[in-house]
Design a protein around this ligand. Structure first.
Ligand SMILES: Nc1nc2c(ncn2[C@@H]2O[C@H](COP(=O)(O)OP(=O)(O)OP(=O)(O)O)[C@@H](O)[C@H]2O)c(=O)[nH]1
Ligand SMILES: [Mg+2]
Length: 207
């Protein structure tokens, strides 16, 4: 693992695009349904227990939460969508903020979409994928909590999702992922390395 991830630290909460940090050149956003495992994934890939708050109570992350890897690179934990207890007016406002962020944020260079493997891709997930395609953003889909299914079922779900998305206009990589069993971490690190352009700092040349 690139030591950069382990050095991640909390930077700030941004309620909207205007308050996002300046001087950041590359960032990747973590999106997904509420409770899909976004915060757990951020903790796992940074190898830190409680960097991002994880909660059994969904809907906690209500702002863009920035974690910096170095002065120019960040991971962003996005508000989870689809949490029924958030009032519709607030959900609508978030939707608008999120779209503005995705469309306008120059540093944004990829989207990690977390999907609970026991649920199929929901309407919001498909919207995110279409939106990413439209914005030319690469997508890494992590089928989270893969430890909850037996191997065959998990693999079959992976193949089904890959098949479902094979004609998508977006550039998508789909992997099994488990924060609990540490599955898919290497694949996500490799994908993050290329989308955060870490080769620039390790001195390695991009292929
Ligand atoms: N078994 C298992 N449970 C997981 C895994 N990842 C997350 N969880 C559990 O799923 C619940 C939600 O995880 P979070 O990481 O808080 O989810 P989130 O997407 O950040 O949720 P919001 O911030 O509310 O949108 C917690 O109870 C986690 O312990 C995993 O890989 N395996
Ligand atoms: Mg969270």
């Amino acid at each position: 693992m690139n030591p950069l991830y382990h050095r991640a630290e909390y930077l700030l909460n941004a309620p909207n695009l205007k308050t996002t940090p300046t001087d950041i050149e590359y960032e990747v956003a973590f999106a997904g349904r509420s409770n899909a495992g976004k915060s757990s994934a951020i903790n796992t890939i940074t190898n830190q227990k409680s960097l991002a708050r994880t909660s059994k109570t969904p809907g906690r992350t209500q702002q863009l939460v920035y974690f910096k890897l170095d002065d120019h690179r960040c991971l962003v934990d996005l508000p989870g969508y689809g949490y029924a207890k958030v009032p519709p007016s607030i959900q609508k406002k978030w939707q608008a903020e999120l779209e503005r962020y995705l469309e306008k944020r120059k540093a944004l260079n990829g989207l990690v979409l977390l999907v609970d493997i026991r649920r199929s891709l929901g309407e919001h997930d498909m919207q995110m994928i279409d939106y990413a395609a439209h914005l030319n953003l690469d997508v890494f889909i992590a089928l989270t909590k893969s430890d909850k299914l037996n191997r065959n079922t998990a693999k079959n779900t992976l193949f089904a999702v890959q098949k479902l998305l094979k004609d998508s206009a977006a550039n998508i990589q789909v992997e099994l992922f488990s924060s609990l069993k540490k599955e898919g971490i290497e694949q996500l690190h490799t994908w993050l390395d290329s989308h955060l352009n870490t080769a620039e700092i390790t001195g390695k040349k991009k292929p």
